[in-house]
Design a protein around this ligand. Structure first.
Ligand SMILES: Nc1nc2c(ncn2[C@@H]2O[C@H](COP(=O)(O)OP(=O)(O)OP(=O)(O)O)[C@@H](O)[C@H]2O)c(=O)[nH]1
Ligand SMILES: [Mg+2]
Length: 466
């Protein structure tokens, strides 16, 4: 049984229970412990996780969800926290990536997977074979690069890996490659020879990211490898391969929590498409049976959204529709929301949720953080004023005050402008197209903070745009 199935069994036990009491929590914790231990999670960590679940299980249950649901959420959140250390995302173009790791950990396969991944995202990718140790390495990588349709560089005659890298980088740069991935040779242990080789490659290549490639098969031994590589050659993060089918995946993932190594990618199969950006939340909800967990999380989100709407009671949708949308409201929206914020809910109940572009609905978390930092440098006057109020000199001041770029501030302003324009458009022409079931006048007097979610849903059914 996989880790996911075992954890799922534990969750099912809670769902099927009649009462959530101390006895049930104890039993379920035991089951989780068994699941974690058999997937090679460090015993001390298993105890820590159990203790945390036990403590939180009896904390105050948030309004709107049952104690049972609360317990499932506690499991889930605690596991997400311990699985995989901190979640980090790479920038759009990581420019130079060096892969290192022991024999057979999956470096060469990962090099091709990453190449394909970034090619799909529009980069011109080149891969250098710096494995001069294993004779077959050259052909293996060359073939994989052909499959991924990316530029390959190797030199079968040259035995000095850093010389190959030097020549490779200049060859690829001449070919206008904008992301270079270097695949290095493995050894059975991080010995002096391997340390020196990686350090030499590092010096010549100057990678923006050096990733340690680890196989999930080794379970919690991942911890020792990560520590050793980090101490001697320094790594920015890890890629865990072979998470498909590995019985020890839990051990490998939690080991990264212990060493505080961010996991950037995971390998989930032998094919070059089988690579994912790692996100503990997403990963766990999938292995545990996505449907159930996500609908629970959705419910919890809805509950919080109602609480958030409560905070918005001084916001009048009529004003928003008239185009009175300013930075203050935008800031509120950002702080309320991780995924779908109240504004899109407000729009949803106006039946116009689909009027938001995907971009507006899914402002990435990174951007939300960035915009929040920028907004902290706004004065009260600027927050409450129109977008035109933010003149060039103000933008400059805000940029330097927030430590962000001029363009970042401009990007945010243009986002607010776009939203404002859209709201205004809705209150003009589009509202006239509302279905006959509802009087637009009534709509204008509506207060979303006083409605519950089912009322909103009902309303949104009645309201249909052409
Ligand atoms: N199932 C599965 N197999 C993988 C994954 N990644 C790599 N492999 C397999 O693991 C084996 C070793 O992969 P390589 O990419 O050659 O490993 P390496 O680290 O380059 O090996 P050396 O260069 O010899 O040190 C190959 O058979 C790959 O197909 C993965 O995510 N899932
Ligand atoms: Mg290799």
């Amino acid at each position: 049984m996989s880790l996911g199935e075992k954890l799922r069994d534990a969750v099912d036990k809670v769902k099927q229970s009649v009462h959530v009491d101390k006895q049930l929590v104890k039993e379920v914790i035991k089951e989780i412990q068994r699941a974690l231990i058999t997937s090679d999670v460090n015993i001390k960590l298993v105890l820590e996780i159990s203790k945390e679940i036990e403590q939180k299980a009896f904390e105050n249950v948030p309004t709107g969800i049952t104690r049972k649901e609360h317990l499932v959420k506690v499991f889930y959140d605690t596991l997400v926290k311990y699985i995989g250390g901190e979640t980090k995302e790479l920038e759009e173009n990581p420019e130079k990536i060096l892969l290192c790791g022991l024999f057979g950990s999956g470096k060469t396969t990962t090099a091709a997977k990453l190449a394909k991944f970034y090619k799909k995202r529009g980069l011109k990718v080149g891969v250098v074979c710096a494995d001069t140790y294993r004779p077959a390495a050259y052909d293996q990588l060359k073939q994989l690069c052909e499959k991924a349709d990316v530029v390959f560089y190797g030199d079968i005659e040259e035995k000095n890996a850093s010389k190959v890298v030097e020549a490779g980088v200049s060859y690829l740069q001449k070919n206008n490659v904008n992301l270079i991935i270097v695949d290095s040779a493995g050894r059975s242990a991080l010995d002096e020879e391997l340390t020196k080789e990686i350090k030499d490659i590092y010096k010549i290549f100057q990678p923006k990211y050096s990733f340690l490639v680890l196989s999930a098969d080794v379970g919690q031994a991942v911890k020792d490898q990560a520590q050793a590589f980090n101490e001697s050659v320094g790594v920015d993060g890890v890629v865990i391969t072979k998470l498909d089918g590995s019985a020890k995946g839990g051990g490998a993932l939690t080991a990264c929590y212990l060493t505080k190594s961010p996991i950037y990618f995971i390998g989930t199969g032998e094919k070059i498409e089988d690579l994912e950006i790692f996100n503990a939340d997403r990963y766990l909800s999938r292995i545990m049976g996505y449907g159930d967990i996500s609908s629970l999380l959705e419910k919890i989100n809805e509950v919080t959204t109602q609480e958030q709407l409560e905070q918005m009671k001084d916001v009048n949708p009529k004003d928003i529709l008239k185009g009175k949308f300013n930075f203050k409201l935008f800031k509120q929206q950002l702080s309320f929301t991780k995924k779908l914020g109240p504004f899109s809910k407000v729009l949803g109940f106006l039946g116009a949720g689909n009027k938001l572009s995907e971009e507006q609905k899914n402002l990435g978390q990174e951007k939300i953080n960035k915009f929040n930092i920028i907004l902290d440098s706004f004065t009260k006057e600027e927050l409450e004023n129109d977008t035109d109020f933010i003149t060039k000199s103000r933008i400059k001041r805000i940029a330097s005050g927030s430590g962000k770029k001029y363009e970042d501030v401009k990007e945010m302003i243009s986002q607010v402008k776009k939203m404002k324009k859209m709201f205004r458009k809705m209150s003009g022409g589009d509202l006239k197209n509302l279905s006959k079931n509802i009087n637009p006048k009534d709509l204008e007097n509506m207060d979303p903070s006083k409605m519950d979610l089912s009322q909103m849903k009902d309303l949104s059914k009645k309201l249909k745009y052409k």
